[in-house]
Design a protein around this ligand. Structure first.
Ligand code: NDP
Ligand code: BG6
Length: 513
C-alpha cells in the first residue's frame, strides 16, 4: 500500500494525474484468507461490509485465494445470501465500466452458514466448511463481528475455540460500541482477552478510515507551513463538527441506550481530535502513532458538566411535511432524555495546547449533513488593515477548514486585496477541492479498514489503552448526566440545534463555523 511505500521511503510525490493505486495483495500464493461476517443478515453487513469487500475485489486488492462467509442465525442458502448481497453491490468504483462479470465472480466466492452465536458445534461446522474452501493452504481467518455487543464474547469464545486457524493468523474486527463507560468497556476488553491477544483484536472506528482523517497526519507532518503554527501560540480554538440532516430513523432502539455522546463524540470526534493534537510520532508504525494518541488523550481533563450542552430533536413541520420527534420512534420511550445533540468544550493540559478550547458539536436531525475540522487562528497582532479598510476584525482571522464529508476539501480562509486601484480587502479561500483535483473516487472507509485488517496494519484501529483513556474522559460526565436526569434542550428537526451551543462557544470567545 502507499503507506508501506512511505515507510520504506519509496513514495514519490506525483502530480494527481500520475497517481495510480498500488493494487495486489501482500499475501503469499500459498495463503488463503477466509473472511467471516458474523451478523451477515444485518444492516451494517449489507450496507457497508459486503460492498467494501466487493470494492476491494474489484480493485484487485484481495489475495488470490479468498472466501467470504456470512454467519448468522437467520436461515439462508448460499444462493439467498448472494441475492441479498447483490442488492447492495454497486459499480461505483468505475462507473463507466460494466462490472457485472466481476460481481458474479465475487458472489461465487460468498457462502453462508447459519448458526447460533453461542454454539461451539455450529462454529465447528463453519470450521469444516472453511477448511474445505482453504484446500490445505495456509489459512488466515478474519472474523468481522457485525452484531450487537452483548454477544461479542460468546462469538469470540466459540470462534477462537472451534474455528480459528491452525496454521495462519486469526483476527477479529469488533464494531463499536465498545461498552457504555469505563467499567463496561474494561469488562469487554477483559472478556475478549480471555480468548484473544491484543494483536488479534481490531477495534474499528470507521472515521479513522475516512480519506481526510487519514490525510490529517500527512498535512501536519509533511508540510513545513502547518506544524510551526500548530499550537496555542497561533491557534485560538479548534472545532470538530458532526452533523446529520436525518434522525435516528431505524436505529432508535440502539441509539436510546447510547445517545450522541457515546455514538459520535467519545469515538469518532475524539479520535480525530487525538490525531489533530498529538505530538509527532517517532515513526509511522502503528504503535508509535497510537502511543502519541494515548499521550494526548491522557493529557486531557475529563469533561465538566458546565462545559456541555445537550439537546434532543422535536417534531417540526416544514413545507407541509411533518418531521418526527426523536421520541416518535416506536422503539424509543416517550419520556426518553437521551441526547441526540451535544456540544462540549475540552482542554488539553500540555505545553502545546494549554488554554486552547477544543470544541465538539455533534447532532442528528440538524439542517445539514457535514463532518468538519475548523481551526481558527489568532488575530494578526497590530493588524495594519483595520476596520476602516472594510474588515470586520473579528471575522478576519485565518481559518483552516478540513471538510471530511461530504464534498471533501481542505481550504484556508485568508484576507486578500480586492483587485483594483483602491485598497479594499475581502475574505478568500485557498481551496483544495478534492473533486476538482483528483479524478479517482474516494474509497469508502470500510474498504481501507478491511484491507488494513487483512494486511495486519493496525494504525487505524483502536488499542485498548486508547479506549480506556477515551472512556476516562467521558464516563464521569455521562454518569452525572444520567444521575441528575438532565433535561436536554429541545430543538426542531432540521434546525441548527439548541441555542445553548452558541452560549457555550461564546463563553470561550468562539463562533461556530
Ligand atoms: P443489527 O441490529 O442489524 O444486527 C446484526 C445481526 O445480528 C442481525 O441481523 C441479527 O442476525 C443479529 N442480532 C440482532 N439482534 C440480536 C440479538 N439481540 N441477539 C442476537 N443476535 C442479534 O446490527 P447492525 O448490522 O446495524 O450493526 C452491527 C454492529 O455494528 C452493531 O454493534 C452496531 O452497533 C454496529 N454499527 C452499526 C452501524 C450501522 O450503520 N448499522 C454503524 C456503526 C456501528 P440474526 O437474527 O440473523 O442472527
Ligand atoms: C456511526 C453512528 O458510527 O456513524 C451513526 O453509529 C452515524 O449514528 C454514523 O450515523 C455516521 O457515519 P458516516 O460515515 O455516515 O458519517
Amino acid at each position: 500500500t502507499p503507506l508501506k511505500e512511505l515507510k520504506d521511503g519509496l513514495l514519490s510525490i506525483t502530480s494527481a494525474d500520475e497517481i495510480t493505486d498500488v493494487a495486489g495483495s501482500k499475501l503469499d500464493e500459498n495463503e488463503t484468507v477466509s473472511i467471516t461476517v458474523v451478523g451477515a443478515s444485518g444492516d451494517l453487513a449489507k450496507k457497508k461490509i459486503f460492498p467494501a469487500l466487493f470494492a476491494l475485489y474489484y480493485e484487485d486488492c484481495l489475495p488470490k485465494h479468498f472466501t467470504v462467509f456470512g454467519y448468522a442465525r437467520s436461515k439462508m442458502t448460499d444462493a439467498e445470501l448472494r441475492t441479498m448481497v447483490s442488492r447492495t453491490l454497486t459499480c461505483r468504483i468505475d462507473k463507466r465500466e460494466n462490472c457485472n462479470e466481476k460481481m458474479e465472480q465475487f458472489l461465487a466466492r460468498c457462502f453462508y452458514h447459519s448458526g447460533q452465536y453461542d454454539s461451539e458445534d455450529n462454529f465447528t461446522e463453519l470450521d469444516k466448511k472453511l477448511n474445505e474452501h482453504e484446500g490445505g493452504r495456509v489459512s488466515n481467518r478474519l472474523f468481522y463481528l457485525s452484531i450487537p455487543p452483548n454477544i461479542f464474547i460468546n462469538v469470540v469464545k466459540c470462534a477462537s475455540r472451534s474455528a480459528s486457524s491452525s496454521n495462519g493468523w486469526t483476527r477479529v474486527i469488533v464494531e463499536k460500541p465498545f461498552g457504555r463507560d469505563s467499567e463496561s468497556s474494561a469488562a469487554l476488553t477483559r472478556g475478549l482477552k480471555e480468548y484473544l491477544v491484543e494483536d488479534q483484536i481490531f477495534r474499528i472506528d470507521h472515521y479513522l478510515g475516512k480519506e481526510l482523517v487519514e490525510n490529517l497526519s500527512v498535512l501536519r507532518f509533511s508540510n513545513l507551513i502547518f506544524e510551526p503554527l500548530w499550537s496555542r501560540q497561533y491557534i485560538r480554538n479548534v472545532q470538530f463538527i458532526f452533523s446529520e440532516d436525518f434522525g435516528t430513523e431505524g436505529r432508535g432502539g440502539y441509539f436510546d441506550s447510547y445517545g450522541i455522546i457515546r455514538d459520535i463524540m467519545q469515538n469518532h470526534l475524539l479520535q480525530i481530535l487525538a490525531l489533530f493534537a498529538m505530538e509527532t510520532p517517532v515513526s509511522l508504525d502503528a504503535e508509535d502513532i497510537r502511543n502519541e494518541k494515548v499521550k494526548v488523550l491522557r493529557s486531557m481533563k475529563p469533561l465538566q458538566l458546565d462545559n456541555v450542552v445537550i439537546g434532543q430533536y422535536k417534531s417540526h413541520t416544514r413545507g407541509g411535511v411533518k418531521y418526527p420527534a426523536y421520541t416518535d420512534d416506536e422503539t424509543v420511550p416517550k419520556d426518553s432524555l437521551t441526547p441526540t445533540f451535544a456540544a462540549a468544550a475540552l482542554f488539553i493540559d500540555n505545553a502545546r495546547w494549554d488554554g486552547v478550547p477544543f470544541l465538539m458539536k455533534a447532532g442528528k436531525a440538524l439542517h445539514t449533513r457535514r463532518a468538519e475540522i475548523r481551526v481558527q487562528f489568532r488575530h494578526v497582532p497590530g493588524n495594519l488593515y483595520n476596520r476602516s479598510l472594510g474588515m470586520d476584525l473579528d471575522r478576519a482571522t485565518n481559518e483552516l477548514v478540513i471538510r471530511v464529508q461530504p464534498d471533501e476539501a481542505i481550504y484556508l480562509k485568508i484576507n486578500n486585496k480586492v483587485p483594483g486601484l483602491g485598497m479594499r480587502l475581502d475574505r478568500s479561500n485557498l481551496n483544495l477541492h478534492y473533486a476538482a483535483r483528483y479524478s479517482k473516487e474516494i474509497p469508502d472507509a470500510y474498504e481501507r479498514l478491511l484491507l488494513d485488517a487483512i494486511e495486519g496494519e493496525r494504525r487505524l484501529f483502536i488499542r485498548s489503552d486508547e479506549l480506556d483513556a477515551a472512556w476516562s474522559l467521558f464516563t464521569p460526565l455521562l454518569k452525572e448526566l444520567e444521575e441528575k436526569k438532565t433535561i436536554p434542550e429541545y430543538y426542531p428537526y432540521g434546525s441548527r440545534g439548541p441555542v445553548g451551543a452558541h452560549y457555550l462557544a461564546a463563553r470561550y470567545n468562539v463562533r461556530w463555523g
